[in-house]
Structures are given as structure tokens and as C-alpha cells.
Design a protein around this ligand. Structure first.
Ligand code: CA
Length: 236
């Protein structure tokens, strides 16, 4: 076999984790390059796409979800999220944005290698692209793969990763009361932590919902929030 070694880029701000991942992959014959910030990784991937990028979600300069989305739009490579955040909303959003797989730290080296090999194998086979989903609710449409929220009049905006995570959580569970912990994806959320309320309020503004007497995202006192709208998912 004379095939060049496949290069894997590792985006990880923790040098110890990066070294462990690199050592594991190199033991199994991959070439690796380590990037500490999203900016450096995206610049390198734009010049020459690696076979696959291992993306950490907690980064100093960007939300890892933004990196996943941008890689999907700019580089033809596999994407594996490797994160300490074992949170369903992150897993769903990550895969929705086009990540090929999601592995939680601490990882078992052989499992990581098996998942990476499986992504590379899948990517080497020509297959029809994964169907993209589009959500419609009231006069809105939302594309979870591009994070584009469209209004009835045609105006579109791209949501930030945190807002996108929240909106997707509501759209996946319409007309169901979701606790602040469920929405934050954090089971030991402090009752004093208002970050989720701030995010809900920001999302209401995006959706032109009245923040004083909201109609679309209602507050259920002592329980959480509920999206009071029917949601239709269709293939984009
Ligand atoms: Ca990190």
C-alpha cells in the first residue's frame, strides 16, 4: 500500500488532551496536526482540507458548534466532535450541523480510532447526501443545518450557537413544558443561574414574541418554558 497517511487535525485547547489524542491516532498510523484555536484550524482547513477534524466544543475563541458549521460549508472533510459535554442538546445540534460523530471524554482510544475509521470509510463511498430537515412553525421556517431563521416576509438571520441550541430543543419538543435544566442541557443548574432565561428572552425577541406577555414561548412558573406552536418538519 502506498497511500499517503491520512492527516487528522485536532482542534483542542487543552494540550494534555491534544497530546493524548495525537498519540493515539499516530499509534494507529494517522498523521496529526494540533490547533489550539478555531481561527488557526479554520485557516489551515481552508488552505488544504485534512481527512478529518476532531473538534472540541469548549474553545477559547469560538463555540465549537460554529466551527462544525463553518467546516461543513468551507471544507470537504470528516468532522468528529470530541467533548466533555455529554449533553443531548449538544449531540443533536452537532449532528444536525453536519458532524459525522460525537464522542464524549474521557474516551477509549480504540473506540475513538474505530469511529474515525468508520467516518473515513463512509466518506470514501459515494452516497447521496444526508437529507436536510427544515422546520416550519407559525410563519417561521428554520434550517438547523445552516442555523438560518426565516420570517414570513423573507427576512433571514443566522442564529448564534447558543440560541440555535435552544430553538432546536423547543422545535424537537413543541407543546411540552421543558425545564430550565433540560433547555440548558445541564442537570445541576443553579437556581440562581439566569443564563437560560436571558437566552429565552433573546429568542423571544428574535421571534417577535412579546417579552412582557409572550404568546409563542410561554413561561410556566416553577416548571420552565413551553413552545406553543405546531411544528412541521419537512425535507429541505
Ligand atoms: Ca476545551
Amino acid at each position: 500500500m502506498s497511500a499517503a497517511r491520512e492527516e487528522i487535525h485536532i482542534l483542542e485547547d487543552d494540550p494534555l488532551v491534544a497530546a493524548t489524542v495525537a498519540r493515539t491516532l499516530e499509534e494507529y498510523g494517522f498523521a496529526t496536526r494540533w490547533f489550539r484555536t478555531a481561527g488557526e484550524l479554520l485557516a489551515a482547513a481552508a488552505r488544504q482540507a485534512p481527512a478529518l477534524v476532531v473538534v472540541d466544543l469548549g474553545l477559547p475563541d469560538r463555540d465549537g458548534m460554529d466551527v462544525v458549521r463553518e467546516l461543513r460549508q468551507t471544507a470537504d472533510c470528516g468532522v468528529l466532535i470530541l467533548t466533555g459535554r455529554d449533553v443531548l442538546s449538544d449531540r443533536v445540534l452537532g449532528l444536525e450541523l453536519g458532524a459525522d460523530d460525537y464522542v464524549v471524554k474521557p474516551f477509549e482510544p480504540r473506540e475513538l480510532v474505530a469511529r474515525i475509521r468508520s467516518i473515513l470509510r463512509r466518506r470514501s463511498q459515494p452516497v447521496a447526501g444526508k437529507a436536510r430537515r427544515l422546520a416550519r412553525f407559525e410563519a417561521w421556517r428554520y434550517d438547523p443545518a445552516s442555523l438560518v431563521l426565516g420570517a414570513a416576509g423573507g427576512a433571514e438571520e443566522i442564529l448564534g450557537a447558543a440560541e440555535a441550541r435552544l430553538l432546536l430543543c423547543f422545535l424537537e419538543h413543541p407543546n411540552r413544558v421543558l425545564s430550565r435544566e433540560q433547555l440548558a442541557g445541564n442537570s445541576d443548574l443553579s437556581p440562581l443561574d439566569r443564563s437560560i432565561d436571558v437566552r429565552v428572552s433573546r429568542l423571544r425577541k428574535r421571534l417577535n414574541d412579546d417579552t412582557q406577555s409572550p404568546r409563542l414561548i410561554k413561561t410556566v412558573y416553577g416548571a420552565g418554558y413551553v413552545l406553543t406552536a405546531g411544528v412541521q418538519w419537512e425535507i429541505a
